[in-house]
Ligand binder design. Structure first.
Ligand SMILES: [Zn+2]
Ligand SMILES: [Zn+2]
Length: 282
C-alpha cells in the first residue's frame, strides 16, 4: 500500500467510529487495488507509436526544424521510422525540385532510426494531376499526396472523388494526406474501398484537428473515415504533420476519435512498422 493510502487511512480513522472505519477502509482498499490493476492492464495493452511519416522541416518554408533536429526528436520519442515529406513545388515558399533530386546525400539511418525521405505532393485538380513529375517521384522513399486550398481546382463531390481515386491508384503514391480536412468534398466510402484495393493508406491528420486551423468539418470527416475503415477492414495511418520537432508523433487530437470509434489497434499502421513497410512495398 502506498504512502498516500496510509495518509487517507489515518484521516479516516480519526473521522469515523471503528465499525464505519473498517467498512470504508475495505471499500477504499478494493478500489485502490482495482485501480492499480486497471493501470497495469492499460500499460500492458497500450500500443507504442513507432512511426510518424508526415513531417516538414525548414525546407518547406514554414517549418522550423532541420532534418537532424527532427531525427533526433524522433529517436528520443522511441520511434523506429520517420518520414520527412516536404511540400511539393506548388506550395509557396517550399524547396525547389533540386532539393528532391539531391536527397541521395541524406543518410537513411540517423540516431538509430530509419529515415524515409519524401514529399507531400499536391493534387491539383479533379483529374488527379500531381505537381511532381514521375522522374522525381521515382527518387522518393515515400510519397504523400494531398489537396491544399491554394493550389486546388475542385469540382463536384463526384468529380473530386474521381480525382483522388486516380491518385490512390497511382503506383508511386503511398498515402493520401488529410483527406478529411474538408478542403474538397469527397465520398469517403469510395476512397476507402479504392485505398483497400491499391494498398494506399488514408491518413488521419492531427494538424487538421487543431482549432487554430478552423477546419470545422475535420472532426466529423475523420470519424467517418475511421468508421468506414473499421467496417471494411482497411488500415489507416496517423500523421502528425509536424512543422517543428516537438510535434513529431503527436496524435493527441486523434486519440479521442479512435476511442469514439473503438478503432482496432491492428488497423493503425503507426504501431506496426514492419507491416507498414510491407503493405506499401517499401
Ligand atoms: Zn505545411
Ligand atoms: Zn498538407
Amino acid at each position: 500500500m502506498g504512502v498516500q493510502f496510509k495518509i487517507v487511512e489515518e484521516v479516516l480513522r480519526r473521522c469515523f467510529c471503528e465499525k464505519q472505519f473498517f467498512r470504508i477502509l475495505l471499500v477504499c482498499q478494493n478500489n485502490y487495488l482495482s485501480l492499480q490493476e486497471i493501470q497495469t492492464k492499460n500499460k500492458e495493452t497500450m500500443k507504442k507509436v513507432l512511426l510518424d511519416i508526415h513531417t516538414h522541416t525548414i525546407a518547406s518554408g514554414h517549418g522550423y526544424s532541420t532534418i537532424q533536429e527532427m531525427a533526433h526528436a524522433a529517436a528520443e520519442k522511441g520511434l523506429q521510422v520517420l518520414g520527412i515529406t516536404e511540400h511539393g513545388p506548388s506550395v509557396v515558399g517550399t524547396c525547389p525540385l533540386t532539393y528532391f533530386r539531391n536527397m541521395f546525400v541524406v543518410p537513411r539511418q540517423m540516431y538509430g532510426i530509419r529515415l524515409l525521405m519524401g514529399c507531400e505532393v499536391n493534387i491539383l485538380d479533379t483529374k488527379g494531376t500531381l505537381d511532381l513529375d514521375d522522374r522525381t517521384l521515382d527518387i522518393l522513399d515515400i510519397a504523400i499526396a494531398s489537396i491544399h486550398r491554394n493550389c486546388w481546382k475542385g469540382g463536384t463531390k463526384e468529380e473530386n472523388t474521381e480525382g483522388v481515386k486516380a491518385v490512390i491508384s497511382h503506383p508511386k503514391i503511398h498515402i493520401i494526406g488529410h483527406p478529411g480536412d474538408g478542403t474538397a468534398e469527397l465520398d469517403f466510402e469510395a476512397l476507402v474501398l479504392a485505398a483497400k484495393e491499391s494498398h494506399t493508406l488514408l491518413e488521419v491528420n492531427n494538424h487538421s484537428l487543431a482549432p487554430e486551423r478552423k477546419k470545422t468539418v475535420a472532426r466529423d470527416n475523420n470519424l467517418e473515415i475511421l468508421r468506414l475503415c473499421k467496417k471494411h477492414d482497411v488500415p489507416v495511418i496517423l500523421g502528425s504533420d509536424a512543422h517543428i520537432s516537438f510535434q513529431i508523433a503527436d496524435y493527441e487530437r486523434i486519440m479521442p476519435l479512435l476511442t469514439e470509434t473503438d478503432f482496432p489497434d491492428e488497423l493503425i499502421m503507426n504501431y506496426w512498422p514492419d507491416k507498414f513497410l510491407e503493405y506499401l512495398g517499401i
